[in-house]
Design a protein around this ligand. Structure first.
Ligand SMILES: [Zn+2]
Ligand SMILES: [Zn+2]
Length: 556
C-alpha cells in the first residue's frame, strides 16, 4: 500500500528499519496528514552480503509523500540512529532536530558530502518542548552509552505516544543528569497510548549496571598492569572515555588517545561543553616520548575492525603505537554479535606479541551495556504505564521476547514492531492496518542500491563461484573463425591436467557445431542456448555456479 494520509483523529506508527534487526533505526509517526521521522541510522555489514560495509532502510515508500514529512527528530548520536541522514536527506529534504552533540556529529557527516549548507538543523535542548508540524514533542533525558540520549513524548490531536530511544536506567552516568525519573513517573497520569521501546537486552536478566560500577574494577585492574596499558572502547562512549581518563590520571599515568574516531568524538564532546575538566590527551605522535609504565592508551577497534587502531597495533602496522611483551590490553567493551571471529583473531595476534588480554567478566565488570535489561524494562513500564507496548530496536527474537515479557508484566497490549507494517494506535485498539514497501539500501561506491539489485547478486555469486567470460568470433553461418577466447577468474585451481579454460574451450568448440549453417537459429538464441549449456557443464565438472558471460561476434 502507499503511505496513508492519517486524519486528525488518527495516530499511526510505522517502523522502516531497526525492527527485525539491530541497527538502521528509522521510525515514523503519522497524524493530521503529516509524518514525523524519528532517527535515521545505518547498520554495518549485511547478514547475506559479506562484501557490504554500510546499509540503511529503503525509504521508497516515502518517495511520493515527501511533502507530508514535517521533520526528522534524532534521539542520539549513535550511528544506528544518525548515520543515514547524510545519505537519505536528499530524498527527504525536511528539517532536522537534534541535541547540540548529535548535531555536531551530524554536521561533520554532512560536510563530507557537501550538504552542510543545505540541511536545516534545529538544536533541541534535553527536557524541553518543541513543535514539529502537528506533533507536540517533549524531549526527556535518558541514560545510555553516549552523551545526550533522549526520549520523546509525542502528543497529537489523536493521543500521545512515548518513544524511548535507546536507554537504560542509570542515575550515575558520570556525565549529564541521567534518566529523568521524575518526569517519567509523571507520564503515568498522562494517558500514554503506547510506549515504543528498545528491545536490545530483553533476553538479559537483572539490570545493566551503572557507569559508576565499572570504576572500581577498572581501577584495580589498571593498577596491577605493568608495561603500557591499552584500553579499547567504543569511540562514541564519551562517558567511558571520561571514566578511563580519570582512572588513568588518578593512578599517575599519562593518557593518550589512539584512533581517528576517538579524537573526533573528544573534539565534538569538548565543543559541546563536555570533558572540560580533563587535561589535553597525549597525541599519537608523542606516545614514544612517554615512559612505558607511565602510559595508558585509550584506543578504538574493540570489535577487531580492519582499519581500527587496535587491529593495526595487533598487526604491527600502526605508525605510532605498538605492543611489547608484558603490555596489557583491556577490552572495556562488549562483543557485538557477528564480530566474534575478527575479535578473537585480533586477540590471538595481540597475545602472540606478548600482551595480557583482559575482558569484562562477572567478577570484574569493566563494561556495562547501554540498553535496558529485564528489570529496567519492567521498571519503565511501571513508571510510564502505557496502554500498549510496541517492541522495536532488536532482531525478531528480541522483539518477540519483548512482547511476551511485556504481557507477563501486565501490559494490556504488546505488539511487535515490524519494518514496513503500519500500526494504527488510535482511534480504537492498536492494530496492524497494512504494509508499505520496505527493504535495505546499500552503499555501493558512490551509489545507493537496493539489496535486491542485480549487481549485488552477481558480485556475490562471483565472490563464491568465480566468473567465466567467453568470446566467440563466428562467420555468418556460425562457424568459428578463430579459437574461442576464454577467461576465467576464481573458478578452479589451474593445474596441468585440468585447466578450466582448456576444458571450456574444448566444450565450446563441440557445442557450437549443431548451429553451423543453420538458418533455423538466430544469434541471440544461440548465445542463450550456449550460455545455458556452458553453465550446466561447469556445474557438472566443478560443482560451481559462476557468473557466465558469452559474447558471439558475427564477422562479415
Ligand atoms: Zn544508541
Ligand atoms: Zn540504537
Amino acid at each position: 500500500m502507499n503511505l496513508p494520509k492519517p486524519k486528525k483523529n488518527e495516530l499511526m506508527f510505522l517502523p522502516l528499519g531497526g525492527s527485525g534487526e539491530i541497527g538502521m533505526n528509522l521510525n515514523l509517526y503519522g497524524n493530521s496528514g503529516k509524518w514525523l521521522i524519528v532517527d535515521c541510522g545505518v547498520t554495518f555489514g549485511d547478514p547475506i552480503y559479506g562484501s557490504v560495509d554500510i546499509s540503511m532502510p529503503d525509504i521508497v515508500s516515502l518517495e511520493n509523500s515527501t511533502e507530508s514529512i514535517c521533520g526528522l527528530l534524532l534521539t542520539h548520536a549513535h550511528e544506528d540512529h544518525i548515520g543515514a541522514v547524510h545519505y537519505l536527506w536528499p530524498y527527504l529534504k525536511c528539517p532536522v532536530y537534534a541535541t547540540e552533540f548529535a548535531a555536531e556529529v551530524l554536521i561533520r557527516k554532512l560536510k563530507e558530502v557537501g550538504l552542510e549548507d543545505e540541511v536545516e538543523i534545529n538544536i533541541i535542548r534535553i527536557d524541553s518542548k518543541i513543535k514539529i508540524g502537528p506533533f507536540d514533542i517533549e524531549i526527556i533525558s535518558m541514560s545510555h552509552s553516549i552523551i545526550e540520549p533522549s526520549s520523546a513524548l509525542i502528543s497529537t490531536s489523536a493521543g500521545s505516544v512515548f518513544h524511548t530511544g535507546d536507554w537504560k536506567i542509570d542515575f550515575n552516568p558520570q556525565i549529564g543528569e541521567g534518566i529523568n525519573k521524575k518526569r517519567l513517573v509523571e507520564l503515568a497520569k498522562e494517558n500514554v497510548l503506547a510506549m515504543v521501546c528498545d528491545s536490545t537486552n530483553v533476553l538479559v536478566n537483572g539490570t545493566s549496571g551503572s557507569e559508576e560500577d565499572v570504576i572500581k574494577p577498572l581501577t584495580n585492574i589498571i593498577k596491577e598492569c605493568s608495561g603500557r596499558v591499552f584500553v579499547s572502547t567504543f569511540a562514541s562512549n564519551v562517558m567511558r572515555l571520561n571514566t578511563l581518563a580519570k582512572i588513568g590520571l588518578s593512578l599517575g599515568k599519562k593518557v593518550a588517545l589512539v584512533g581517528q574516531s576517538m579524537w573526533r568524538m573528544v573534539e565534538i564532546a569538548k565543543q559541546s561543553g563536555y570533558l572540560s575538566d580533563l587535561p589535553t590527551f597525549i597525541s599519537e605522535r608523542d606516545i614514544k616520548n612517554v615512559e612505558k609504565d607511565n602510559l595508558m592508551i585509550i584506543c578504538t577497534g574493540s570489535q577487531g575492525e580492519p582499519r581500527g587502531a587496535l587491529n593495526r597495533i595487533a598487526n604491527g602496522t600502526h605508525r605510532d603505537a605498538s605492543i611489547s611483551n608484558g603490555d596489557s590490553v583491556i577490552f572495556s567493551s562488549r562483543v557485538i554479535p557477528g564480530n566474534e571471529v575478527s575479535i578473537s583473531e585480533m586477540q590471538n595476534r595481540l597475545s602472540e606479541l606478548g600482551a595480557n588480554i583482559i575482558e569484562s567478566s562477572k567478577e570484574n565488570m569493566i563494561h556495562v551495556s547501554g540498553h535496558p535489561a529485564r528489570e529496567e524494562l519492567s521498571q519503565m513500564y511501571s513508571w510510564v504505564k502505557p496502554k500498549t507496548l510496541i517492541a522495536v530496536h532488536g532482531e525478531t527474537r528480541h522483539i518477540n521476547a519483548h512482547v511476551k515479557y511485556a504481557k507477563e508484566q501486565q501490559i494490556n497490549f504488546a505488539i511487535p514492531g515490524r519494518n514496513g507494517s503500519i500500526i494504527q494506535l488510535s482511534p480504537g485498539s492498536p492494530r496492524f492496518i497494512g504494509e508499505v514497501e520496505h527493504g535495505r539500501l546499500i552503499v555501493d561506491g558512490n551509489d545507493l542500491i537496493t539489496r535486491n539489485s542485480e549487481v549485488l547478486k552477481k558480485r556475490h555469486k562471483m565472490m563464491f563461484n568465480g566468473s567465466v567470460f567467453v568470446v566467440l568470433n563466428v562467420s555468418e553461418d556460425f562457424k568459428l573463425i578463430n579459437d574461442p577466447i576464454i577467461m576465467t577468474e576464481g573458478l578452479a585451481e589451474i593445474i596441468e591436467e585440468d585447466d578450466p579454460e582448456y576444458f571450456i574451450k574444448s566444450f565450446i568448440k563441440e557445442d557450437i557445431k549443431p548451429y553451423y549453417k543453420s538458418k533455423k537459429f538466430d544469434k541471440s538464441y544461440i548465445k542463450e542456448s550456449m550460455t545455458n549449456s556452458l553453465k550446466r557443464i561447469i556445474k557438472a565438472q566443478y560443482l560451481k555456479r559462476p557468473v557466465v558471460r558469452l559474447e558471439l561476434n558475427l564477422m562479415k
